[in-house]
Each structure stands twice: as C-alpha cells, then as structure tokens.
Design a protein around this ligand. Structure first.
Ligand code: PRP
Ligand code: ADE
Length: 176
C-alpha cells in the first residue's frame, strides 16, 4: 500500500481530547491488517536505512509500532515509559504536550554505550515527547540521530524542534 492509501485509514476526530484539537486516530489504521503491515514495512525500511541498532518506543502508541518494527528487524526494543511503571532505578524527564504535560522514564542499563538507537512513535506534534525521549536516551549513552513517525503534524513545528536538537525526522505521512 502507498502512503496515501495508508493515510486514508487514519480517522480524524475533532475536539478530542480538548476543544480545537483535531485528533489523528491510528486505531482505524492498526485494525486494518494490510494497512498495519504496510505501515510496518515502510517504518522498518526507514529504520534499516538509518543504521538502527535498537528501536526505542514512546508509551503508549509508540509501543505498538516500535516493538513491531524492532521484531521485523531482529533488533531489541527499549520502552520509554510513563512515570512509576519501571521496577528499577530510572532516569526521567518532564515535558509539555499539545494538550497538557507529561513525564517519561527510562532504565538506562538497557542502553549500550554509543548504540545507534532510532526513536519510533505514532505521531509528532510539538516534538516535546520525541525530544524528551531523545534526551533520556542520550543521557543513558545512546547515539540518537533519527526519529520515525507514522504521522507528522508539520504546523506544530515538531520536525524543526527535533532538527535543532540534532535529530532528523522521517514520517510516512503529514496532515497539514
Ligand atoms: C501522543 C502521541 C505522541 C505525542 C505527540 O501521545 O502518541 O507520543 O502525543 O505529541 P508532541 O509531539 O506534542 O509531544 P500521548 O502523550 O497522547 O500518549 P499515548 O501514546 O499514551 O496516547
Ligand atoms: N498527540 C498530540 N497531538 C495529537 C493529535 N492532534 N492527534 C493525535 N495524537 C496527538
């Protein structure tokens, strides 16, 4: 399937979770077998082309795509988790969202020093989540040069914020 065909499987829900937000809902895409498989093909090709040695995913929707991409490539998957979920000592970072604030945590012992970790998430809006993830991974010793997304919302400036931090964005589709 082409990116345009996959894009047609994303559902748009106005005013969720707050008035004025156009929510780009990937549940309709992942419920569609050929659409999900094609999405993973595109993401896995992009991760392979960028020399990924491990994949990191951002809780929760980034786990869906990130873990499956890692499995397709025979790579390990590193979860960047919401607070209070990991049973060991963690490093953490607080960050701003399009509609609120949040925190991510990482077990730094999951990272080999200098390992080329590619970040995967369903969507980039302001880039706050992906930047927080890249920051945590770098603090743990990873090399983080690339982040992959199913959906980019370019008007929210996430790609530019990532680039300013030395992380190149790749996205399967954009909603202007
Ligand atoms: C959503 C989405 C990204 C993030 C993008 O996650 O899955 O991770 O927001 O926004 P940003 O670029 O402005 O940071 P959310 O925090 O809603 O959590 P979820 O995956 O648990 O639904
Ligand atoms: N995460 C942040 N902004 C979003 C949006 N507009 N749709 C879906 N997920 C999001």
């Amino acid at each position: 399937m082409t990116p345009a065909e996959i894009k047609a499987l994303v559902r748009t829900v106005p005013d969720f979770p707050a008035p004025g937000i156009l929510f780009r809902d990937i549940t309709t895409l992942i419920a569609h077998g050929p659409g999900l498989s094609a999405t993973l093909d595109h993401l896995a090709d992009a991760a392979r082309d960028r020399g990924a040695e491990a994949i990191a995913g951002l809780e929760a929707r980034g786990f869906i795509f990130g873990a499956m991409v890692a499995a397709r490539l025979g790579l390990g998957f590193v979860p960047l988790r919401k607070p209070g979920k990991l049973p060991v000592d963690v490093i953490g970072v607080d960050y701003a969202l399009e509609y609120g604030t949040a925190r991510l945590e990482l077990d730094p012992t999951l990272i080999d020093q200098g390992e080329r970790v590619v970040v995967v998430d369903d969507l980039i809006a302001t880039g706050g989540t992906a930047l927080a993830g890249a920051d945590l991974l770098r603090r743990a010793g990873a090399t983080v040069d690339h982040a992959l997304f199913v959906i980019d919302l370019p008007e929210l400036g996430g790609g530019e914020a990532l680039r300013a931090a030395g992380v190149e964005l790749w996205a399967l589709m954009a909603f202007e």
